[in-house]
Write a protein that binds this ligand. Structure first.
Ligand SMILES: *Cc1c(COP(=O)(O)O)cnc(C)c1O
Length: 488
């Protein structure tokens, strides 16, 4: 007869030893629901017209399934909401800061943990402290705010991802890896004294959410160490990266996610973090490092722009929610569901004959709109046309990552096609169920069947930079106009 002592002596079965069934379920049940609003095609036509065909200008109330970004859009857990009530709002020395600091250090054992209101605030402080004219910051691929903050300091951001990382058809398991030969050649050419920092973005967001292998993190550290250059991780999706290592890198099958994360950070001298991704919160971030002199500078800058070092632009309750989120995000059942559900969407689109970037990354699926819509010239924005069609057809909001985002040249007038025209379907964490995703797949299947009727677009107004946020579009009127514009 099983007694309670008998039960207690049975250790829990580790998730990796558990037999998994084929059906992947959401590893949570739903305690609070948030209605999403159904609209008619007529209503959506009007909303999109009013938004000048720019999806950033839509009211989110008019969106059914919002795949614009995975940043700050996570559902928090019951335990995170409970932690919010425990938040201590003292100006200095709040226990909530210590809970946050302990949770970060458990995974990322850095000497200095500096909270910020989001990732770019950490970047701004870091590059103000260590950037500047004549310097180079190296990375696999700089995320756009990272690059902007590097450049704002006067330094130059250099991307050194492996060649496979730029080839959408390559099935390399770690397309976010740093090109170690290029890295060393660059350091030798420019001189280590001009390179205050090397970074690795895990997963590589701008490269399609592709992971970096443990071997590559280790080897990058060895190259940096040889030249006395510190290595920081841009750690936004560190847990998703760790899960890919467990799944794909020989020797890590039986490691826990925590162990993998701890090893990843053991090779780093610091990190920047947007907690809006893998800390499962709606706002927050941090900067962490071992270097005492840098930390002193950074804390002084923090006080100027963010706040006192034990809250850094956040409320005590936000620090508590991050501390709890960090415990939940390294749970294997969560990560299994997370990565598999992104792959489920990717596979559904592949089965429907829709070209996507391969292999599917951690947080998003990218449709190759240029390949899907060969009848629309890159300078007529096939990605924007597809994103608008997804909204009109089914109320789904996504983001163009292509010629609209990158095509405008530095003079603010000239335009060139971007290397690719993609539409990103970013998956918020723990928000949508499998039937929501089935709906997205069905919508794209229907769009794909009628795609020859889709028209290209033109821009009627745009600012000189970052035009994707506010440009105004309309459809090209007819075929002859489309041709004439191509010739021009
Ligand atoms: C989101 C993100 C950032 C910036 O973080 P914010 O919280 O949005 O300021 C930096 N790097 C990467 C890789 C990101 O994905």
């Amino acid at each position: 007869m099983p007694t309670s002592t008998h039960l207690a002596s049975n250790p829990p079965i580790a998730p990796s030893k558990r037999k998994r069934m084929k059906t992947i379920i959401e590893p949570f049940r739903i305690k609070a629901v948030e209605p999403i609003r159904m609209t008619s095609r007529e209503e959506r036509t009007r909303f999109l017209e009013d938004a000048h065909y720019n999806l950033f200008s839509l009211d989110s109330e008019h969106v059914l399934i919002d795949l614009l970004t995975d940043s700050g859009t996570s559902s928090m857990s019951a335990n995170q909401w409970a932690a919010i009530m425990r938040g201590d709002e003292s100006y200095a020395g709040s226990p909530s800061f210590h809970h946050f600091q302990d949770a970060v250090r458990h995974l990322m054992p850095f000497r200095h943990i500096i909270p910020t209101h989001q990732g770019r605030a950490a970047e701004k402080i870091l590059f103000t402290a260590i950037g500047g004219p004549g310097k180079y910051i190296l990375n696999n691929t700089h995320f756009d705010t990272t690059r902007a903050n590097v450049e704002f300091s006067g330094a130059e951001g250099v991307d050194l991802v492996i060649a496979e990382g730029k080839n959408p058809a390559s099935e390399h398991p770690f397309k976010g890896n740093m090109d170690l030969e290029k890295l060393e050649a660059f350091i030798k050419e420019k001189g280590a004294e001009h390179i205050p920092l090397c970074m690795l973005t895990v997963t590589n967001n701008s490269g399609g959410g592709q992971p970096v292998s443990m071997e590559n993190i280790r080897e990058t550290k060895y190259v940096c160490m040889k030249y006395g250059i510190p290595l920081f991780l841009d750690a936004c999706r560190f847990a998703e990266n760790a899960y890919f290592i467990k799944m794909r890198e020989p020797g890590y099958e039986n490691h826990s996610i925590e162990q993998i994360v701890q090893e990843m950070f053991s090779y780093a001298d610091g990190c920047t973090m947007s907690a809006k991704k893998d800390a499962l919160v709606n706002i927050g971030g941090w900067l962490a490092m071992n270097n005492d002199d840098w930390a002193l500078n950074c804390r002084n800058l923090l006080i100027l722009t963010e706040g006192f070092p034990t809250y850094g632009g956040l409320a005590g309750r936000d620090l508590e929610a991050m501390a709890e989120g960090l415990k939940e995000v390294v749970q294997e059942d969560y990560l299994h569901y997370r990565i598999k559900s992104t792959q489920y969407l990717g596979q559904g689109l592949i089965d429907a004959g829709i070209p996507i970037m391969r292999p599917v990354g951690g947080h998003a699926v990218y449709i190759d709109a240029r390949q899907m819509l060969p009848h629309i010239e890159p300078l007529h924005y096939p990605g924007q046309a597809l994103a608008c069609e997804m909204y009109l057809h089914a109320g789904i909001r996504t983001c163009e990552i292509g010629t609209v985002m990158f095509g405008l040249q530095a003079d603010g007038v000239t335009e060139k096609p971007a290397p690719m025209d993609l539409v990103r379907l970013a998956i918020p964490r723990r928000v949508y169920t499998q039937s929501h995703i089935d709906y997205v797949i069905e919508a794209l299947q229907e769009i794909n069947e009628n795609k020859s009727a889709m028209r290209g677009m033109k821009i009627n107004w745009q600012p000189k930079q970052l035009r994707h946020f506010s440009a105004r579009f309309s459809y090209l009127e007819d075929e002859s106009l489309r041709r004439k514009m191509v010739i021009n």
